[in-house]
Design a protein around this ligand. Structure first.
Ligand SMILES: [Mg+2]
Length: 386
């Protein structure tokens, strides 16, 4: 029996845009761009039809509009994507319990222990693709290899609708021509250093003398050379706590007044905790994300004494984080604000609606009304109206 590890990396193709095309068949075959539509919005995902015009994710939406003015522009429907994501992850769970989610539409699967049941890694990859197509109608790309680094690279090389394998036979040929910046531990600075010393490709790094390389890049040299040889020992970590539920908003005009920022923070906390409760979870970690102009992003985080799904509790912590940050700035200005809850207890399960603690009950009634009559029906008086 083959005892080497077998890792799959799965990534949905143009996920948000594909969900939209699946839900509205009139969009099929058209350039579809999902993202922020305000003045400072960025593209979250675009369909392959839009990519032909040069549109890419993380590009300012304004730029996308210049490249592809006739595309269909949509704002993200995160709760719908979360629903489809849950279906996709349920398929992963059919193959192995060793699933490490990276985002709504991307995960590593350690399928080493599933060979007896489902066959070779390639057979399992094809099965995942087939099942996801059956259940969601959507296509994904799967990379197959014996570690995470090569599995993820295989996905990228096979996209879209890929099923590509990197093994000992083809890895040098595939790795050697890649630019050094493709190694995930090499940032812009490291890349400039390496290129300055004549190491342009992964092959250059692989063939380098370790001592010479260490003079350029220091104690990272051995690690880099291992990556260049296609080695990576990181395990697939199937931890539920890695999940987080978040909401964020980009402002058309930078916010400079604390009361206004507080109002937005409450609104975001309501959005996050509603989703936390709907998922039947309780979070222990609260994180806020702050972006100051032009593009500096910071996060601040705290851990609650006891896990919670209550808006008031999550909000109180988020406010403390915000106010501390605010005091530390000489001239506070915010372009983006985000909140997330994470650190979910794997054992938390949806409970009896009416067994909820008194302070959770109010939230649940609010959620029920909002679900029935549309989001925003019931809102705390302090949060902004938009
Ligand atoms: Mg994707």
């Amino acid at each position: 029996m083959d005892t080497t590890r077998a890792i799959l990396h799965v990534d949905m193709d143009a996920f948000f845009a594909s969900v939209e095309q699946g839900d509205d068949p009139s969009l099929i075959g058209k350039p579809v761009i999902v993202g922020g539509l305000g003045r400072r919005g960025v593209v979250a995902t675009c369909s392959y039809e839009a990519r032909r015009f040069g549109v890419r994710s993380a590009m300012p939406t304004a730029q996308a509009r210049q490249l592809c003015p006739d595309a269909v522009y949509l704002t993200p429907r995160m709760s719908r994507y979360a629903e489809v994501s849950a279906q996709v992850f349920a398929v992963f769970g059919e193959i192995t319990p060793e699933v490490e989610g990276l985002s709504l539409d991307e995960a590593f699967l350690d399928v080493s222990g599933s060979r007896k049941l489902f066959g070779t890694p390639r057979e399992m990859a094809l099965r995942v693709k087939q099942r996801i197509l059956e259940v969601t109608g959507l296509r994904c790309s799967v990379g197959i290899s014996h570690n995470k680094w090569l599995a993820k690279l295989a996905t990228e090389l096979g996209k879209p609708d890929g099923c590509f394998e990197i093994d000992h036979g083809n890895r040098e040929r595939l790795l050697d021509p890649l630019p050094v910046g493709r190694l995930w531990t090499v940032g812009k600075v490291g890349q400039a250093k390496l290129e300055g010393a004549g190491y342009r490709t992964v092959g250059d790094l692989r063939r380098a003398e370790l001592d010479t390389l260490a003079r350029v890049i220091g104690n990272q040299a051995a690690h880099l050379q291992a990556l260049a040889r296609g080695e990576d020992l990181r395990p697939v970590v199937a931890r539920r706590e890695e999940r987080s539920i978040s909401a964020e908003t980009t402002f058309d005009i930078d916010l400079q007044a604390l009361p206004e920022v507080r109002a937005w923070l409450l609104k975001l906390c309501e959005r996050v905790t509603e989703r936390v409760r709907r998922a039947g979870l309780k979070g222990r970690v609260v994180t806020i994300k702050l972006r100051t102009p032009p593009f500096h992003t910071e996060t601040r985080q705290c851990t609650l004494g006891i896990e919670s799904d209550a808006t008031d509790i999550i909000h109180a912590s988020a406010v403390r984080l915000l106010e501390t940050w605010w005091r530390e700035q000489s001239r506070p200005r915010l372009r983006l604000l985000g909140v997330s809850a994470s650190g979910f207890d794997a054992d938390t399960a949806p409970g009896d609606l009416f067994a909820a603690a008194a302070d959770g009950r109010k939230d649940r009634v609010t959620d029920t009304l909002n679900q029935r009559f549309g989001s925003g029906t019931v809102r705390r008086a302090r949060s902004l109206d938009t």
